[in-house]
Design a protein around this ligand. Sequence first.
Ligand SMILES: C[S@@+](CC[C@H](N)C(=O)[O-])C[C@H]1O[C@@H](n2cnc3c(N)ncnc32)[C@H](O)[C@@H]1O
Length: 354
Amino acid sequence: MNTNNQATIEPQEGLPVGQILVGDASTKLRSLPAGSVDTVVTSPPYFRLRNYGEPNQIGLEESVDDWVQALRTVMGEVARVLKPQGSVWLNLGDTYSRSVRHGASPKSLVLGPERLLLALEADGWLVRNKVVWSKPNPMPASVRDRLACTWEPIYLLTRSPDYFFDLDAIRVPARSSLNRPTITGTATKYGTGVGRPEWSGPSAGTNSGLEKMKARGLTAHPLGKNPGDVWTMPTAAYRGAHFATFPESLVERPLKATCPQRVCRACGLAWRRASVVRDLGMLAVKGQLRKSCACESRDWQPGVVLDPFMGAGTVGVVAARHDRRWIGIELSDRFAALARNRIATTAAAAQEAA
Ligand SMILES: C[S@@+](CC[C@H](N)C(=O)[O-])C[C@H]1O[C@@H](n2cnc3c(N)ncnc32)[C@H](O)[C@@H]1O
Protein backbone atom coordinates (compact mmCIF):
# COMPACT_ATOMS: atom_id res chain seq x y z
CA MET A 1 0.00 0.00 0.00
CA ASN A 2 1.26 3.43 -0.82
CA THR A 3 1.70 6.13 1.78
CA ASN A 4 3.66 8.64 -0.25
CA ASN A 5 1.10 10.14 -2.55
CA GLN A 6 -0.90 12.43 -0.28
CA ALA A 7 0.39 15.58 -1.90
CA THR A 8 -0.95 14.67 -5.32
CA ILE A 9 -4.47 13.76 -4.18
CA GLU A 10 -6.91 16.50 -5.09
CA PRO A 11 -10.04 17.44 -3.14
CA GLN A 12 -13.11 15.36 -3.95
CA GLU A 13 -15.64 18.12 -4.33
CA GLY A 14 -18.34 17.47 -6.88
CA LEU A 15 -17.94 13.71 -6.87
CA PRO A 16 -21.31 12.28 -8.02
CA VAL A 17 -21.31 9.25 -5.70
CA GLY A 18 -24.36 7.00 -5.88
CA GLN A 19 -25.19 8.33 -9.37
CA ILE A 20 -25.19 6.93 -12.87
CA LEU A 21 -24.10 9.55 -15.40
CA VAL A 22 -25.82 8.88 -18.69
CA GLY A 23 -23.61 9.43 -21.73
CA ASP A 24 -20.36 8.49 -23.41
CA ALA A 25 -17.70 7.18 -21.01
CA SER A 26 -14.83 9.47 -22.14
CA THR A 27 -17.03 12.57 -22.16
CA LYS A 28 -18.54 11.91 -18.74
CA LEU A 29 -15.17 10.97 -17.21
CA ARG A 30 -13.93 14.45 -18.14
CA SER A 31 -16.50 15.90 -15.72
CA LEU A 32 -15.06 14.00 -12.73
CA PRO A 33 -12.34 15.53 -10.53
CA ALA A 34 -8.76 14.27 -10.92
CA GLY A 35 -7.41 11.84 -8.33
CA SER A 36 -10.82 11.09 -6.81
CA VAL A 37 -11.55 7.41 -7.44
CA ASP A 38 -10.02 4.47 -5.55
CA THR A 39 -10.72 1.67 -7.98
CA VAL A 40 -12.41 0.91 -11.29
CA VAL A 41 -14.09 -2.42 -11.98
CA THR A 42 -15.45 -2.65 -15.49
CA SER A 43 -16.29 -4.73 -18.51
CA PRO A 44 -16.25 -2.61 -21.68
CA PRO A 45 -18.11 -3.74 -24.79
CA TYR A 46 -16.09 -6.43 -26.59
CA PHE A 47 -15.19 -5.95 -30.26
CA ARG A 48 -18.22 -6.53 -32.57
CA LEU A 49 -20.00 -9.00 -30.27
CA ARG A 50 -22.99 -6.94 -29.10
CA ASN A 51 -25.11 -4.16 -30.46
CA TYR A 52 -26.42 -2.04 -27.60
CA GLY A 53 -28.47 0.01 -30.04
CA GLU A 54 -26.97 3.40 -29.10
CA PRO A 55 -25.22 5.98 -31.26
CA ASN A 56 -21.61 6.49 -30.03
CA GLN A 57 -21.46 3.01 -28.59
CA ILE A 58 -18.04 1.38 -28.33
CA GLY A 59 -17.67 -2.09 -29.85
CA LEU A 60 -19.00 -1.74 -33.40
CA GLU A 61 -15.83 -0.25 -34.91
CA GLU A 62 -14.80 -1.64 -38.29
CA SER A 63 -11.28 -2.60 -37.16
CA VAL A 64 -9.94 -3.89 -33.88
CA ASP A 65 -7.35 -1.11 -33.86
CA ASP A 66 -10.16 1.47 -33.75
CA TRP A 67 -11.70 -0.43 -30.83
CA VAL A 68 -8.31 -0.33 -29.07
CA GLN A 69 -8.09 3.41 -29.72
CA ALA A 70 -11.58 4.04 -28.29
CA LEU A 71 -10.78 2.16 -25.09
CA ARG A 72 -7.35 3.76 -24.85
CA THR A 73 -9.07 7.17 -24.80
CA VAL A 74 -11.40 6.02 -22.01
CA MET A 75 -8.44 4.65 -20.05
CA GLY A 76 -6.58 7.95 -20.49
CA GLU A 77 -9.44 9.68 -18.65
CA VAL A 78 -9.58 6.86 -16.08
CA ALA A 79 -5.87 7.48 -15.39
CA ARG A 80 -6.70 11.10 -14.59
CA VAL A 81 -9.61 10.41 -12.21
CA LEU A 82 -7.85 7.57 -10.41
CA LYS A 83 -6.03 8.29 -7.14
CA PRO A 84 -2.28 7.71 -7.48
CA GLN A 85 -2.56 4.51 -5.43
CA GLY A 86 -5.68 3.37 -7.31
CA SER A 87 -6.20 0.42 -9.62
CA VAL A 88 -8.35 -0.86 -12.49
CA TRP A 89 -9.87 -4.29 -13.06
CA LEU A 90 -10.62 -4.72 -16.75
CA ASN A 91 -12.67 -7.70 -17.96
CA LEU A 92 -12.20 -8.24 -21.70
CA GLY A 93 -13.19 -10.77 -24.32
CA ASP A 94 -11.92 -11.61 -27.78
CA THR A 95 -13.62 -12.01 -31.16
CA TYR A 96 -13.09 -14.19 -34.23
CA SER A 97 -12.50 -12.08 -37.34
CA ARG A 98 -14.99 -12.34 -40.21
CA SER A 99 -13.05 -10.08 -42.58
CA VAL A 100 -9.50 -8.78 -42.98
CA ARG A 101 -11.03 -5.34 -42.41
CA HIS A 102 -11.51 -6.33 -38.77
CA GLY A 103 -7.74 -6.55 -38.31
CA ALA A 104 -7.02 -10.28 -38.70
CA SER A 105 -7.59 -13.02 -41.26
CA PRO A 106 -11.10 -14.49 -41.21
CA LYS A 107 -11.45 -17.23 -38.55
CA SER A 108 -8.48 -15.86 -36.57
CA LEU A 109 -8.94 -14.31 -33.16
CA VAL A 110 -8.39 -10.57 -33.53
CA LEU A 111 -6.37 -10.61 -30.26
CA GLY A 112 -8.22 -7.52 -29.01
CA PRO A 113 -7.22 -7.92 -25.33
CA GLU A 114 -3.55 -8.43 -26.22
CA ARG A 115 -3.50 -5.38 -28.54
CA LEU A 116 -5.23 -3.22 -25.96
CA LEU A 117 -2.96 -4.30 -23.13
CA LEU A 118 0.22 -3.62 -25.14
CA ALA A 119 -1.14 -0.13 -25.91
CA LEU A 120 -2.07 0.50 -22.25
CA GLU A 121 1.36 -0.61 -21.05
CA ALA A 122 2.89 1.86 -23.52
CA ASP A 123 0.56 4.54 -22.08
CA GLY A 124 2.07 4.07 -18.61
CA TRP A 125 -0.20 1.42 -17.08
CA LEU A 126 1.42 -1.34 -15.01
CA VAL A 127 -0.12 -4.72 -15.77
CA ARG A 128 -0.08 -6.41 -12.37
CA ASN A 129 -2.21 -9.49 -13.07
CA LYS A 130 -3.92 -11.38 -15.84
CA VAL A 131 -6.67 -13.27 -14.04
CA VAL A 132 -8.40 -16.18 -15.74
CA TRP A 133 -12.16 -16.08 -15.18
CA SER A 134 -12.99 -19.74 -15.74
CA LYS A 135 -16.68 -20.36 -16.43
CA PRO A 136 -18.13 -23.68 -15.26
CA ASN A 137 -21.26 -22.87 -17.32
CA PRO A 138 -19.88 -21.38 -20.58
CA MET A 139 -22.04 -20.53 -23.59
CA PRO A 140 -22.61 -23.75 -25.52
CA ALA A 141 -20.64 -23.73 -28.82
CA SER A 142 -21.33 -25.84 -31.89
CA VAL A 143 -17.84 -25.41 -33.39
CA ARG A 144 -16.11 -28.54 -34.69
CA ASP A 145 -12.66 -27.28 -35.69
CA ARG A 146 -11.52 -25.55 -32.49
CA LEU A 147 -12.05 -25.65 -28.75
CA ALA A 148 -15.00 -23.96 -27.09
CA CYS A 149 -14.14 -20.73 -25.25
CA THR A 150 -14.61 -21.21 -21.51
CA TRP A 151 -12.66 -18.34 -19.91
CA GLU A 152 -12.07 -14.62 -20.15
CA PRO A 153 -9.18 -12.47 -18.91
CA ILE A 154 -9.49 -9.86 -16.18
CA TYR A 155 -6.50 -7.52 -15.99
CA LEU A 156 -5.40 -5.69 -12.86
CA LEU A 157 -3.76 -2.39 -13.84
CA THR A 158 -2.19 0.34 -11.76
CA ARG A 159 -0.50 3.69 -12.41
CA SER A 160 2.15 3.30 -9.71
CA PRO A 161 4.26 0.41 -8.38
CA ASP A 162 2.90 1.30 -4.90
CA TYR A 163 -0.86 0.91 -4.76
CA PHE A 164 -3.60 -0.05 -2.32
CA PHE A 165 -4.14 -3.82 -2.20
CA ASP A 166 -5.72 -5.48 0.84
CA LEU A 167 -4.75 -9.10 0.33
CA ASP A 168 -5.91 -10.09 3.83
CA ALA A 169 -9.47 -9.11 2.85
CA ILE A 170 -9.57 -11.75 0.09
CA ARG A 171 -7.54 -14.66 1.43
CA VAL A 172 -9.16 -18.07 1.02
CA PRO A 173 -8.84 -21.11 3.29
CA ALA A 174 -5.62 -23.00 2.68
CA ARG A 175 -6.14 -26.56 1.51
CA SER A 176 -3.93 -27.97 4.26
CA SER A 177 -5.88 -26.93 7.34
CA LEU A 178 -3.24 -28.22 9.69
CA ASN A 179 -0.44 -25.75 10.26
CA ARG A 180 1.99 -28.52 11.02
CA PRO A 181 5.60 -27.69 11.79
CA THR A 182 7.90 -28.56 8.89
CA ILE A 183 11.55 -29.33 8.74
CA THR A 184 13.20 -26.32 7.16
CA GLY A 185 16.29 -26.14 5.03
CA THR A 186 15.65 -29.45 3.32
CA ALA A 187 15.33 -29.85 -0.44
CA THR A 188 11.88 -29.05 -1.84
CA LYS A 189 10.52 -29.24 -5.33
CA TYR A 190 11.26 -25.50 -5.61
CA GLY A 191 14.91 -25.84 -4.66
CA THR A 192 16.99 -26.15 -1.54
CA GLY A 193 14.50 -24.43 0.79
CA VAL A 194 17.06 -21.66 1.42
CA GLY A 195 17.53 -18.70 -0.94
CA ARG A 196 17.02 -18.85 -4.72
CA PRO A 197 17.33 -22.18 -6.50
CA GLU A 198 20.35 -22.25 -8.81
CA TRP A 199 18.15 -22.70 -11.89
CA SER A 200 16.32 -19.34 -11.40
CA GLY A 201 16.56 -16.83 -14.25
CA PRO A 202 17.43 -13.19 -13.57
CA SER A 203 13.79 -12.07 -13.33
CA ALA A 204 12.45 -15.10 -11.43
CA GLY A 205 10.60 -14.28 -8.21
CA THR A 206 11.68 -15.49 -4.81
CA ASN A 207 9.81 -17.54 -2.25
CA SER A 208 11.26 -15.61 0.67
CA GLY A 209 7.86 -15.13 2.38
CA LEU A 210 7.16 -18.85 2.16
CA GLU A 211 10.59 -19.64 3.53
CA LYS A 212 10.13 -17.28 6.49
CA MET A 213 6.86 -19.05 7.33
CA LYS A 214 8.49 -22.45 7.05
CA ALA A 215 11.26 -21.27 9.35
CA ARG A 216 8.51 -20.57 11.93
CA GLY A 217 7.11 -24.06 11.48
CA LEU A 218 4.01 -23.10 9.44
CA THR A 219 2.85 -24.62 6.17
CA ALA A 220 0.35 -21.89 5.29
CA HIS A 221 -0.47 -18.28 6.13
CA PRO A 222 -2.70 -18.31 9.26
CA LEU A 223 -5.26 -16.01 7.61
CA GLY A 224 -5.57 -18.20 4.52
CA LYS A 225 -3.86 -18.29 1.18
CA ASN A 226 -3.67 -15.86 -1.72
CA PRO A 227 -6.66 -16.71 -3.97
CA GLY A 228 -4.43 -16.89 -7.04
CA ASP A 229 -5.23 -15.83 -10.58
CA VAL A 230 -7.66 -18.50 -11.76
CA TRP A 231 -11.18 -17.74 -10.54
CA THR A 232 -13.88 -20.31 -11.26
CA MET A 233 -17.19 -18.48 -11.15
CA PRO A 234 -20.46 -19.18 -12.98
CA THR A 235 -21.73 -16.52 -15.39
CA ALA A 236 -24.39 -14.14 -14.05
CA ALA A 237 -27.72 -15.46 -12.89
CA TYR A 238 -29.24 -12.00 -13.50
CA ARG A 239 -31.73 -12.20 -16.35
CA GLY A 240 -32.95 -8.66 -16.90
CA ALA A 241 -33.10 -6.70 -20.14
CA HIS A 242 -29.29 -6.38 -20.16
CA PHE A 243 -27.53 -9.29 -21.79
CA ALA A 244 -23.88 -8.98 -20.79
CA THR A 245 -24.00 -8.74 -17.01
CA PHE A 246 -21.10 -9.49 -14.66
CA PRO A 247 -21.63 -12.16 -12.01
CA GLU A 248 -21.62 -10.43 -8.63
CA SER A 249 -18.90 -12.78 -7.34
CA LEU A 250 -16.57 -11.47 -10.06
CA VAL A 251 -16.87 -7.94 -8.64
CA GLU A 252 -16.69 -8.88 -4.96
CA ARG A 253 -13.04 -9.93 -4.83
CA PRO A 254 -11.68 -6.90 -6.74
CA LEU A 255 -13.83 -4.57 -4.63
CA LYS A 256 -12.63 -5.98 -1.30
CA ALA A 257 -8.98 -5.94 -2.40
CA THR A 258 -8.75 -2.48 -3.96
CA CYS A 259 -11.64 -0.31 -2.77
CA PRO A 260 -10.64 0.69 0.78
CA GLN A 261 -13.22 0.30 3.56
CA ARG A 262 -12.05 3.68 4.84
CA VAL A 263 -10.30 6.65 3.28
CA CYS A 264 -9.33 9.90 5.04
CA ARG A 265 -12.12 12.46 4.55
CA ALA A 266 -9.57 15.26 4.23
CA CYS A 267 -6.87 13.89 1.91
CA GLY A 268 -8.50 10.74 0.48
CA LEU A 269 -5.68 8.39 1.46
CA ALA A 270 -6.71 4.82 2.27
CA TRP A 271 -6.59 3.56 5.83
CA ARG A 272 -4.33 0.51 6.02
CA ARG A 273 -4.79 -2.78 7.75
CA ALA A 274 -2.36 -3.00 10.65
CA SER A 275 0.08 -5.81 10.19
CA VAL A 276 -0.95 -8.21 12.94
CA VAL A 277 0.88 -11.15 11.58
CA ARG A 278 3.69 -9.93 13.81
CA ASP A 279 4.43 -13.44 14.77
CA LEU A 280 3.02 -15.85 12.24
CA GLY A 281 1.27 -17.77 14.98
CA MET A 282 -2.13 -19.41 15.03
CA LEU A 283 -3.58 -16.43 16.88
CA ALA A 284 -3.11 -14.06 13.95
CA VAL A 285 -6.27 -12.11 13.09
CA LYS A 286 -7.19 -9.71 10.32
CA GLY A 287 -5.60 -6.39 11.26
CA GLN A 288 -7.57 -3.35 12.35
CA LEU A 289 -7.76 -0.47 9.89
CA ARG A 290 -5.55 2.50 10.79
CA LYS A 291 -5.22 5.87 9.15
CA SER A 292 -2.01 6.26 7.19
CA CYS A 293 -1.88 10.02 6.54
CA ALA A 294 -0.64 12.94 8.60
CA CYS A 295 -4.02 14.76 8.64
CA GLU A 296 -5.19 15.86 12.06
CA SER A 297 -8.75 14.73 11.50
CA ARG A 298 -9.67 11.09 11.99
CA ASP A 299 -12.83 11.47 9.88
CA TRP A 300 -13.22 8.79 7.25
CA GLN A 301 -15.58 7.69 4.54
CA PRO A 302 -15.71 4.56 2.39
CA GLY A 303 -13.61 4.33 -0.78
CA VAL A 304 -15.11 4.94 -4.22
CA VAL A 305 -15.48 2.40 -7.02
CA LEU A 306 -16.26 3.54 -10.57
CA ASP A 307 -17.66 1.58 -13.52
CA PRO A 308 -17.54 3.63 -16.76
CA PHE A 309 -19.56 0.91 -18.58
CA MET A 310 -22.19 0.34 -15.89
CA GLY A 311 -24.68 -1.80 -17.85
CA ALA A 312 -27.19 -3.30 -15.41
CA GLY A 313 -25.22 -1.92 -12.46
CA THR A 314 -23.57 -4.98 -10.93
CA VAL A 315 -20.68 -2.89 -9.58
CA GLY A 316 -23.17 -0.61 -7.76
CA VAL A 317 -25.06 -3.62 -6.38
CA VAL A 318 -21.90 -5.15 -4.91
CA ALA A 319 -20.67 -1.76 -3.63
CA ALA A 320 -24.00 -1.18 -1.85
CA ARG A 321 -23.77 -4.61 -0.26
CA HIS A 322 -20.21 -3.96 0.98
CA ASP A 323 -20.64 -0.35 2.15
CA ARG A 324 -18.49 1.27 -0.52
CA ARG A 325 -19.35 4.45 -2.46
CA TRP A 326 -19.88 4.01 -6.20
CA ILE A 327 -20.20 5.99 -9.43
CA GLY A 328 -21.48 4.64 -12.76
CA ILE A 329 -21.38 5.85 -16.36
CA GLU A 330 -23.64 4.27 -18.97
CA LEU A 331 -24.51 5.31 -22.51
CA SER A 332 -27.99 3.81 -22.51
CA ASP A 333 -30.71 5.60 -20.57
CA ARG A 334 -32.67 2.36 -20.43
CA PHE A 335 -29.80 0.36 -18.88
CA ALA A 336 -29.09 3.20 -16.44
CA ALA A 337 -32.71 3.09 -15.23
CA LEU A 338 -32.48 -0.68 -14.88
CA ALA A 339 -29.26 -0.34 -12.88
CA ARG A 340 -30.70 2.34 -10.56
CA ASN A 341 -33.65 0.08 -9.70
CA ARG A 342 -31.44 -2.90 -9.11
CA ILE A 343 -29.04 -0.99 -6.85
CA ALA A 344 -31.87 0.64 -4.89
CA THR A 345 -33.42 -2.78 -4.21
CA THR A 346 -30.08 -4.12 -2.96
CA ALA A 347 -29.39 -1.05 -0.82
CA ALA A 348 -32.86 -1.30 0.77
CA ALA A 349 -32.37 -5.01 1.51
CA ALA A 350 -28.89 -4.33 2.99
CA GLN A 351 -30.33 -1.58 5.21
CA GLU A 352 -33.14 -3.84 6.42
CA ALA A 353 -30.66 -6.59 7.24
CA ALA A 354 -28.40 -4.18 9.19
C1 LIG B 1 -20.45 -5.44 -21.19
S1 LIG B 1 -21.64 -4.25 -20.80
C2 LIG B 1 -21.35 -3.93 -19.10
C3 LIG B 1 -22.12 -4.85 -18.22
C4 LIG B 1 -21.96 -4.56 -16.75
N1 LIG B 1 -20.64 -4.95 -16.28
C5 LIG B 1 -23.05 -5.28 -15.93
O1 LIG B 1 -22.73 -6.00 -15.00
O2 LIG B 1 -24.22 -5.13 -16.27
C6 LIG B 1 -21.05 -2.82 -21.58
C7 LIG B 1 -21.93 -1.58 -21.41
O3 LIG B 1 -21.25 -0.48 -22.01
C8 LIG B 1 -22.23 0.41 -22.53
N2 LIG B 1 -21.56 1.29 -23.50
C9 LIG B 1 -21.28 1.07 -24.81
N3 LIG B 1 -20.63 2.11 -25.34
C10 LIG B 1 -20.48 3.03 -24.35
C11 LIG B 1 -19.89 4.33 -24.27
N4 LIG B 1 -19.32 4.91 -25.32
N5 LIG B 1 -19.90 4.96 -23.07
C12 LIG B 1 -20.50 4.41 -21.98
N6 LIG B 1 -21.09 3.20 -22.00
C13 LIG B 1 -21.07 2.51 -23.17
C14 LIG B 1 -23.29 -0.51 -23.11
O4 LIG B 1 -24.55 0.14 -23.22
C15 LIG B 1 -23.28 -1.66 -22.10
O5 LIG B 1 -24.30 -1.49 -21.15
